[in-house]
Design a protein around this ligand. Structure first.
Ligand code: GLN
Length: 304
């Protein structure tokens, strides 16, 4: 039996003494106020046993981690039709890059870069009755936690400075790849990114990606084939132009956010979430990546 608890304790104490923690995201002004000394990690295994260390119960802004959840809901609503609006190739570009969008006639490279997630937001707006409320309820349901909410201070903060996302949405609209108006799509997108969760809630939300589409309550949300596709997208696109490095160091499908969170999973084995707000140059949590490298190295468990 692997002693996950001992491994997480070691990872947490090593993180506590780390002097190079990266930099907190400042392009969303509210995020720059977060204390970069925080560190939390939580792991749930397939038997639903939980292990944790550090600030694993403190909520933070999940940011781009939300893109996997919006993708899942959109995929379950419209199926493979989704792939006519967004591609499934890694971009090798930063999350907010626009050059490939122009080159590829308004079809974003994948649903986990900003442009792709904005198209997914548009799909949800066209297919849900009360889009923001319905999406939040979906996240609450798969996590089995009604306390999850939007942090509206973060939504407003990003709205004021989200110039590249505004540009991406306008470019998509010019290529007829948005059905709803630009402001409505961005309002939804800025809300989804501003959902607050902690490491423990994130591992529960992502349990279904580890468990063939069945959530913690054994309810099925996605088919095994859809889960295979979403996990493949996390592996190849979840860390933008650092997806190769994450696969190389950690060897798990996962997703990061500029709030400093990372969720990763090993199908049928475990789901793990880390939070450390300092980011590396590519916008992924510095200590989070290091922690996950230590976890898969110490346990010998990765998809490879
Ligand atoms: N809301 C952020 C943005 O659109 C999400 C980016 C991220 O977490 N990588 O810029």
């Amino acid at each position: 039996m692997i002693d996950y608890q001992a491994i997480l304790n070691t990872i947490n104490s090593q993180a506590a003494t780390s002097s190079d923690r990266g930099d907190v995201a400042s392009y969303i002004p509210e995020l720059s106020k977060i204390d970069k000394n925080k560190f939390g990690i939580h792991l749930i295994n397939a038997e639903k046993l939980e292990f944790s260390s550090g600030d694993f119960q403190e909520v933070f802004s999940i940011q781009s981690i939300s893109k996997v959840l919006s993708l899942s809901l959109a995929f379950s609503l419209i199926g493979d039709e989704l792939w006519s609006r967004v591609d499934v190739e890694p971009s090798g570009d930063p999350f907010n890059h626009l050059s490939l969008l122009e080159l590829e006639n308004g079809i974003p490279r994948n649903p986990l870069i900003n442009a792709g997630a904005i198209v997914v937001a548009d799909v949800l707006l066209s297919n849900l009755k009360n889009p923001k409320e319905d999406f939040l309820n979906y996240v609450r349901k798969i996590t089995n936690d009604t306390s999850i909410n939007f942090d509206l201070t973060i939504t407003d903060s990003e709205k004021k400075t989200g110039f590249r996302n505004i540009a991406a949405a306008n470019l998509l609209k010019s290529y007829n790849n948005l059905q709803n108006d630009v402001d409505t799509v961005l309002d939804f997108y800025f809300h989804q990114c501003a959902i607050q969760m902690n490491c423990q809630q994130l591992t529960k939300a992502f349990f279904m990606f580890m468990n063939g589409g069945k959530c913690m309550q054994e309810q099925t949300y996605l088919t095994t084939s859809q889960i295979k596709r979403i996990n493949a997208l996390m592996l190849t696109c979840g860390f933008y132009d650092e997806a190769g490095e994450f696969a190389f160091e950690v060897g798990l499908p996962g997703k990061s956010g500029v709030g400093g969170g990372i969720v990763a999973l090993l199908p049928n084995k475990f789901c793990v979430a880390t939070w450390s707000p300092g980011l590396n140059k590519k916008g992924n949590s510095k200590l989070g990546m290091e922690a996950l490298e230590k976890l898969t190295t110490a346990t010998g468990q990765s998809i490879f």
